[in-house]
Design a protein around this ligand. Structure first.
Ligand code: ZN
Ligand code: ZN
Length: 314
């Protein structure tokens, strides 16, 4: 399962998107106010982050982004609008293909990608609500989730003394509901420095939330209307300045400040199915008990049940 984040157009003149594919080994947590989960988190030590480069951004923004072009005769990338014509033109002494490539050697619309493993925390918000506890209109979901992501990232940077480049986020569209998305925080260095793993520790979690509230002017007399360069705005999120609105997330952050952070069982569809499949294969009640306990404590499930392990299995 791969879902996409927002377009990221500015970087180096290429159109790059990032995507998260969870590993099979995640730990699940919930921040709870009373019995109510107000934030769901999953920690993934080796989440796959796929970066896809869709190609150079045309100088004329109305033109489509059409990937990269390769000549398989000489193994060269061909750039520019007239690149292919020049490359195939054997009278063009400067730019012609030295292996005499033809139309058939040209492959267009190539996407380049890398996939790397990272420490990842995925965050889901079950419901948005205002100061009186009333639900916020779904139409405000995008401003809400982008504001929350920015506030959390800044809370992490300040409370854990983390550089801007060390932890980043992408938004992952919910496959069951395309109007919703999750915040996916990831450590940019492969292997991870343990920053995100520590977030689910209650005291650190509260420090991050409390720092986010400070950043959002919660304790100041002078407050901006929705967002400013003192709180949520920066050079990199310019395209979101119009929609960022700190007031959308303040009620949630205030509740998170005193929320309990608990391990919960995995309720993602794939894990529930896997659990039910394993249970159906159990032959003894002891096996079922062990499996159920593993499941309820949110620990990783075994890959298979009733596997025969033989000493002579060469
Ligand atoms: Zn060529
Ligand atoms: Zn502000």
């Amino acid at each position: 399962m791969i879902t996409s984040d927002e377009e990221e157009r500015q970087r180096l003149g290429y159109h790059v998107t990032r995507h998260y594919t969870p590993s099979g080994d995640r730990k699940f947590y919930a921040a709870q106010a009373g019995d109510r989960s107000i934030l769901n988190l999953s920690y993934d030590h080796s989440g796959k982050i796929v970066s896809i480069n869709h190609g150079p951004i045309p100088s004329n923004r109305d033109e489509p982004i059409s990937g990269f072009t390769l000549c398989t005769a000489c193994n060269r990338w061909i750039l520019g609008r007239n690149g292919v014509a020049e490359h195939l033109d054997q009278t063009n002494e400067m730019k012609k293909c030295w292996r005499r490539g033809t139309e058939e050697n040209i492959i267009q619309n190539i996407l380049l990608y890398t996939d790397t493993r990272h420490d990842v925390i995925k965050i889901d918000v079950p419901e948005m609500y205002d100061e009186t506890g009333e639900p916020i209109d779904d139409i405000l979901f995008t401003p809400f989730i982008k504001t929350l992501a920015q506030a959390i990232i800044e809370g992490i940077q300040i409370s854990l003394n983390v550089d801007v480049d060390e932890v980043k986020y992408l938004l992952m569209v919910n496959p069951q509901d395309n109007n919703r998305s999750s915040i996916v925080l990831y450590e940019t260095s492969e292997g991870g420095a343990g920053i995100l793993e520590s977030i689910v520790t209650r005291s650190i979690f509260h420090r991050i939330v409390s720092e986010a509230l400070v950043i959002l002017h919660e304790y100041e007399e002078k407050q901006c209307d929705r967002a400013c360069y003192e709180c949520l705005c920066n050079y990199y999120n310019q395209s979101d300045h119009d929609i960022l609105d700190r007031k959308l997330v303040l009620p949630l952050l205030r509740d998170l400040l005193t929320a309990d952070v608990r391990v919960v069982k995995d309720t993602s569809p794939t894990t529930v199915n896997h659990y039910e499949h394993l249970i159906s294969q159990c032959e003894s009640s002891l096996e079922k008990q062990v499996l159920t306990a593993i499941y309820q404590y949110g620990l990783p499930l075994p890959d298979s049940a009733q596997e025969i392990i033989s000493e002579n299995d060469e």
